[in-house]
Design a protein around this ligand. Structure first.
Ligand SMILES: NC(=O)C1=CN([C@@H]2O[C@H](COP(=O)(O)OP(=O)(O)OC[C@H]3O[C@@H](n4cnc5c(N)ncnc54)[C@H](OP(=O)(O)O)[C@@H]3O)[C@@H](O)[C@H]2O)C=CC1
Ligand SMILES: Nc1nc(=O)c2c([nH]1)NC[C@@H]1CN(c3ccc(C(=O)N[C@@H](CCC(=O)O)C(=O)O)cc3)C=[N+]21
Length: 305
């Protein structure tokens, strides 16, 4: 195992600490408490766990957390009315609508109804356009977290070859924009890419955001490259035994085959404990940024792209 392990959990704790300091100052000097509203439609158990842990960390950094849980069959106009209410609520600086939404809801319409200044996910078309043209925006949390870890590890990313595997609007595309913004030579690969192994082998930086457990093996990795594993996949782990109800136990793995990749990479993020915790830390950082901008105050340094 040659690779340095990039400890996302520790990095995220540090970022949350910085956010908490800024929040304390905002409260003390300006009487402002940043507020984050999270909207969950439906009862997906994984999403519920995730929303709960976000709420807990929001409160831990001193912000107000507002959770809105709606039934899975909530009509679109009811959801849009809630978003309109949150858009107009001055105590709410950030709004996150947990994705994916149930099939009867138009995801684009819902996201684009969020006030772009409160769009702490950075998914609104205005923020996507601002990021693409290099203007000040809200930057999607997962790619922002990856960028922070890469900058911390490399210092400058200028001139490095970066390959992003995956072209989703929430991870792959904004990740590529951020890497381009830091002057990497960027390739975006996807399910139609020819000779994916050879494409990945060129990379000084590999970001895997595919959603396929352990798809990227170590022999695709250039020796010394930095590997950022965004994937969060729950797979059966019969070696751990069975649960009380007889079902087989599970474990989390990334999109990268960790052991073989860590043997050749220069640095690698683990799953769990890598990109995931940074995503939540960046959500809090974005909420702080939104609160500062809403009040014409200087933005916290080092917490934005
Ligand atoms: N750590 C975190 O905070 C977060 C983790 N995730 C995780 O990241 C992963 C990706 O998420 P997301 O971007 O939403 O996923 P999507 O399913 O939206 O996108 C997956 C991308 O991977 C590409 N792809 C699929 N199969 C292959 C293949 N065999 N070879 C090459 N490319 C392929 C798809 O290509 P095509 O476009 O051609 O179909 C698509 O662009 C998931 O595991 C998800 O759980 C997501 C968000 C946050
Ligand atoms: N509007 C919206 N914004 C999102 O940012 C968003 C979303 N919807 N829908 C779902 C995905 C997924 N996502 C994760 C964030 C953190 C962890 C995380 O902290 N994972 C821990 C492990 C958690 C566990 O043990 O299950 C880790 O990797 O160490 C995982 C997944 C954000 N998403």
């Amino acid at each position: 195992m040659g690779a340095q392990i990039i400890d996302g959990k520790a990095f995220a704790a540090k970022v949350r600490g910085q956010v908490a300091e800024h929040v304390a100052k905002l409260k003390e000097s300006h009487g402002i408490t940043p507020g984050l509203a999270v909207v969950l439609v439906g009862e997906d158990p994984a999403s519920q766990v995730y929303v709960r842990s976000k709420g807990k960390m929001t409160v831990e950094v001193g912000m107000n957390s507002y959770e809105h849980k709606l039934d899975a069959d909530t009509p679109e106009d009811v959801l849009l009315a809630l978003i309109d209410q949150l858009n107009r609520d001055p105590a709410v600086h950030g709004i996150l609508v947990q994705l994916p939404l149930p099939g009867h809801l138009n995801e684009d319409l819902v996201i684009n109804s969020i006030d772009p200044a409160k769009d702490v996910d950075g998914f609104h078309i205005s923020n996507v356009g601002l990021l693409g043209t290099g203007q000040k925006s809200m930057v999607p949390c997962t790619p922002l977290g990856c960028l922070m870890m890469l900058r911390d590890h490399h210092g400058s990313l200028s001139g490095l070859d970066a390959v992003v595997v995956g072209r989703s609007n929430i991870v792959g595309k904004p990740m590529a924009q951020l890497l381009l913004g830091d002057s990497c030579t960027v390739t975006i690969a996807h399910s139609r890419t020819k000779n994916l192994a050879d494409v990945v082998r060129r990379a000084d930086i590999v970001v895997a955001a595919v959603g396929r457990p352990e798809m990227v093996p170590g022999d695709w990795i250039k020796p010394g490259a930095t590997v950022i594993d965004v994937g969060i996949n729950r797979i059966d782990a019969p070696e751990k035994g069975t649960n009380e109800d007889g079902s087989v136990k599970t474990r989390l793995v990334g999109d990268v085959h960790y052991e073989s990749a860590a043997a050749v990479a220069g640095a690698i993020t683990p799953v769990p404990g890598g990109v995931g915790p940074m995503t939540i830390a960046c959500l809090l950082a974005n909420t702080l940024t939104a609160a500062a901008r809403a009040n014409d105050l200087p933005e916290p340094e080092g917490l934005t792209a």
